[in-house]
Design a protein around this ligand. Structure first.
Ligand code: ADP
Ligand code: ZN
Length: 535
């Protein structure tokens, strides 16, 4: 059967989605490949279809137990012999699955990475012919991914033991350069073609709201959307409980989901949501893996997540059916403090050495900074997201001159109050120049605010013409302006232990007046407009 026939007869779909056929053809040609696809793009089809065409069996490695179960169930329903082997089975069931597998009963075997290291698995690989290894969530192999799993390194050992090397297809929704390179290098992919499916979700509307009271805002939003299905993500179990109770007490039927509940309650609550017995589920990020509810109309983030990968995956659970849906993130600066604390106090993993852990923490805070920038940018949110995932976005900066707007984010749609700080930004850039690009952000801010501390006086910086030139602005506002200037590439921050502020590629924009710099003016401790009128 051809790929198209299999797609129709086994999976019941009329045509391939963008990218699927290309990956399948590559696999059938026995060429390794890496598919970078956002959640929901349909990567399972990419390995399931060729698995049925290749002569031997396919091993699918996945860390997601519920996903394995669902997919195997669906395959079995379609008459395909498939099984999964993971910790949700009893030892007896595992033993049976291996026995059947060794007798060649399955075409596709899903297996957790931890199981690749067992004696039974070694027996299996000598007993059967393996045509393909599909690695799901492949970023787990990279220490720099947001979810490193040392057991993923077993994959390499196992592939090396095989007499005949199978074709390897890896899949992930994480596209940062470091992670991509790691996947290719560590998995030993052979000159792989990299397929990137667009991350754009045109039916999603993105909104960031700076708020003083999150419960009030969450309640208001859910009441206004009471006829619609929604997910409210919270950072902690405690928040989940509180918000769930609040919604219920105000007549909005909601259920809850987090790792502290019994298995029974979790699956009941999940079903209540999936089968529309309640409209809203309030959950931690434990909720959503492998859940395929298509009519979720909004995803509200009560807290800022720790990375764009996490945010986009969770927000992306809205509007799977292609209908208009909203992704709202409630933000206040407290989110930064909570997340920094969580990163610094992350449970140490025994099998990772101290230096590596430090490096991981450094990368975690870099990822967090991206989220902070997302919450504060005045530019198109969709563009921001797509650029993060390495995609060229068609929508440019809606606030700078002569740019188009995406029409689907709060910044492009003028929902947010912005203040024009072009003049202030210009003074700030002058100061960086006057300081000879030799100082970090802290010093630039001190000089602009006119701090007359010892260091400044000793170096004679109080003699500069930019000294105290923005004395009325708060540190917070100056930081916002700096971030915006960095984002627009007027300034750059050097890397290293003591980052310096320097001129960026677009340094000249102030000369010809070809720029407008604005920052958000809402929910800040001191209103920026007030600061400006004082200056
Ligand atoms: P991912 O693993 O990339 O998150 P899945 O493989 O779970 O995504 O697929 C997401 C949804 O899209 C599933 O409901 C799947 O059945 C559906 N799907 C995948 N490919 C197609 C296709 N070619 N046509 C229609 N639906 C598809
Ligand atoms: Zn936009």
């Amino acid at each position: 059967m051809t790929s198209n026939e299999i797609l129709k007869s086994v999976f019941g779909y009329e045509e391939f989605r963008s990218g699927q056929k290309e990956i399948i053809d590559e696999i059938l040609a026995k060429k390794d490949c890496l598919g970078i696809m956002p959640t929901g793009a349909g990567k399972s089809i990419c390995y399931q279809v060729p698995a049925l065409q290749l002569p031997g069996i396919t091993i699918v490695i996945s860390p997601l137990i519920s996903l394995m179960k669902d997919q195997v169930f669906a395959l079995n329903q379609a008459g395909i012999h498939a099984a999964y082997i993971n910790s949700s089975l009893t030892e007896r069931q595992i033993s049976m699955a291996f026995d059947n597998a060794c007798r060649g009963q399955y075409k596709i075997i899903y297996i957790a990475p931890e199981r690749l290291d067992t004696k039974r698995f070694f027996e299996l690989i000598h007993a059967v012919d393996i045509s393909m290894v599909a690695v799901d969530e492949a970023h787990c192999i990279s220490q720099w991914g947001q979810d490193f799993r040392p057991a993923y390194l077993n994959i390499v050992k196992f592939v090396n033991m095989l007499e005949r090397r199978p074709v390897i297809a890896a899949f992930t929704a994480t596209a940062t350069k470091e992670v991509k390179e790691d996947i290719i290098k560590i998995l030993g992919l052979n000159n792989p073609q990299v397929f990137i499916t667009s991350f754009d979700r045109p039916n999603l509307y993105f909104r960031v709201k700076h708020v003083t009271s999150k419960p009030v805002e969450a309640l208001r939003y859910c009441s206004e959307h009471r006829d619609e299905c929604g997910i409210v993500y919270c950072a902690t179990r405690k928040n989940v409980e509180e918000i769930c109770d609040l919604l219920n007490s105000k007549g909005i039927p909601a259920t809850r989901y987090h790792a502290g509940l019994t298995n029974k309650e979790r699956s009941k609550n999940q079903d209540d949501f999936i089968y529309d017995r309640v409209k809203v589920v309030v959950a931690t990020n434990a909720f959503g893996m492998g859940i395929d509810k298509s009519d979720v109309r909004y995803v509200l983030h009560y807290n800022m997540p720790q990375s764009m990968e996490n945010y986009y995956q969770e927000a992306g659970r809205a509007g799977r059916d292609g209908e208009e849906s909203e992704c709202l993130l409630l933000y206040n600066p407290q989110d930064i403090i909570i997340n920094r604390f969580l990163i610094e106090n992350k449970e140490a993993k025994d099998d990772i050495d101290i230096e590596t852990q430090k490096e991981i923490a450094r990368r975690d805070s870099k990822r967090l900074q991206v989220m902070i920038d997302y919450c504060n940018t005045t530019a198109c949110l969709r563009t921001f997201i797509l650029q993060y995932f390495g995609e060229q976005a068609d929508y440019k900066d809606s606030r700078a001159n002569s740019m188009t707007a995406c029409g689907h984010c709060c910044n492009c749609c003028n929902e947010v109050d912005f203040v024009d700080v072009t003049n202030e930004a210009s003074k700030l850039v002058d100061c960086v120049y006057e300081l000879g690009e030799r100082f970090g952000q802290g010093m630039v801010i001190s000089v602009l605010r006119g701090d007359d501390n010892d260091r400044i006086i000793r170096m004679g910086l109080n003699e500069l013409s930019s000294f105290a030139s923005l004395a009325s602005l708060s540190e917070r506002s100056l930081k916002d302006i700096i971030n915006e200037l960095i984002r627009q590439e007027v300034l750059v921050k050097t890397t290293g232990q003591y980052p310096l502020l320097q001129m960026g590629p677009r340094r000249k924009v102030f000369d010809n007046g070809d720029i407008k710099i604005s920052i958000r003016d809402e929910g800040k401790d001191s209103s920026f407009k007030r600061e400006l009128t004082r200056s």
